[in-house]
Design a protein around this ligand. Structure first.
Ligand SMILES: Nc1ncnc2c1ncn2[C@@H]1O[C@H](COP(=O)(O)OP(=O)(O)O)[C@@H](O)[C@H]1O
Ligand SMILES: [Mg+2]
Length: 334
């Protein structure tokens, strides 16, 4: 069972500061990742780096009109299939069979993802009945048991509207809905960002529990390195549409190779071993701008403390010498 993304490039066309020669930027540039069953990989990067468009593109849900998948392969193999499916080659009408059933997605904001005028039980059973030939009664029982597994009293909450629940409960309903068809892969796009710290911890443990019990592969999108460290087996550090570093969580955290990864780690209090409570916290200078996505230089160039003239070329992602399955996009790495 695996989900393999090769060379995925997604263009963004509604540019604000359009250079004369550029009609789009690669908001996801030649992205590679293979996720196995039971494995969690975090995509970590700051706001605006293209993480959500990457997640949406895996299910071809990226907004058309402003973005387009330019190239790539998204191959998926689940327990029930003999052959791999390439999601990008599927006909539109066959996509519904993949979405929710083979790969499902949890979004950042449950308020906009749930239908506000439909009871949550009906929303979950609708998903079951659309994919499975079961009776309404069976669908209802399944919905209730999935709600129960998310620590929600399924029987009494089946008839609740989303507005009758707290933010944390709504997010747990979203997870129940995402898991109800037993998908092989789960894409979670900042599922804890809209929640307070305690609720966010509950949601994280539920996702960890699902991963262990159902053996799903998880792509966990977050801007929060501490969350990524906790939940994932591997970390993929993402900046301006490109993978900057990829490797096992502890290797990346203990021994970051890319200056961007190092800067991210330094900007989190207590994560960096050298941090003392009264010390001023490190911040990365500048901000992520559209210019960073332009070709012909390292995308982190303008903010990097190690930049040099050699960085004014496109830099490729290469295996880190001496480490297996560790990749970095930096000529000054280490
Ligand atoms: N629906 C949309 N319409 C127009 N621009 C979008 C849309 N979604 C994302 N973008 C643009 O694409 C870039 C990447 O956005 P996004 O994938 O949401 O980043 P992230 O999830 O890392 O914060 C941003 O510049 C954002 O403004
Ligand atoms: Mg996002």
């Amino acid at each position: 069972m695996s989900l393999e993304i090769n060379n995925l490039t997604v263009g963004l066309y509604n540019l604000e500061h359009k250079q004369k020669s550029v009609n789009h930027i690669d908001v996801v540039d030649s992205f590679f990742l293979k996720v196995e069953e039971g494995e969690a990989v975090s995509i970590v990067g700051e706001s605006g780096s293209g993480k959500s468009l990457l997640g949406l593109s895996i299910l071809r849900l990226n907004p058309s009109g402003v973005s387009k998948i330019i190239s790539g392969e998204i191959k998926i193999k689940c327990f029930s299939q003999k052959n791999e499916i390439d999601i990008l080659k599927l006909k539109r009408e066959d996509l519904a069979d993949v979405r929710g059933r083979l790969v499902s997605m949890i979004f950042q904001d449950p308020n906009t993802s749930l239908n506000p005028v439909m009871r949550i039980g009906a929303q979950i059973t609708e998903a079951i009945l659309a994919h499975k030939k079961v009776s309404k009664k069976e669908a209802k029982d399944t919905a209730i048991s999935y709600l129960n597994s998310m620590n929600i009293d399924g029987k009494s909450r089946f008839y609740s509207y989303p507005y009758e629940m707290s933010g944390g409960m709504r997010q747990r309903v979203m997870i129940a809905m995402a898991m109800v068809l037993n998908p092989c892969f789960l894409i979670a796009d900042e599922p804890t960002t809209a929640l307070d710290v305690t609720t966010s911890l509950q949601v994280l443990s539920l996702i960890e529990g699902i991963k262990e019990k159902s053996n799903v592969g998880v792509i966990f999108i977050t801007h929060d390195l501490t969350v990524a460290k906790r939940i994932s087996d591997r970390i993929c550090v993402f900046y301006a549409g490109q993978v900057m570093e990829l490797g096992k969580t502890e290797e990346v955290m203990d021994n970051p190779a890319h200056p961007y990864t190092l800067s991210l780690i330094r900007s989190v209090p207590y994560l960096d071993k050298g941090y003392k409570p009264k010390q001023r916290l490190f911040t990365i200078p500048g901000f992520l701008a559209e210019d960073d996505f332009y070709k012909g230089k390292c995308r982190f160039y303008s903010r990097c403390f190690k930049r040099a003239d050699d960085c004014l070329n496109d830099i490729s992602l290469t295996g880190l010498t001496g480490s297996k399955n560790r990749y970095v996009r930096c000529i000054k790495a280490g």
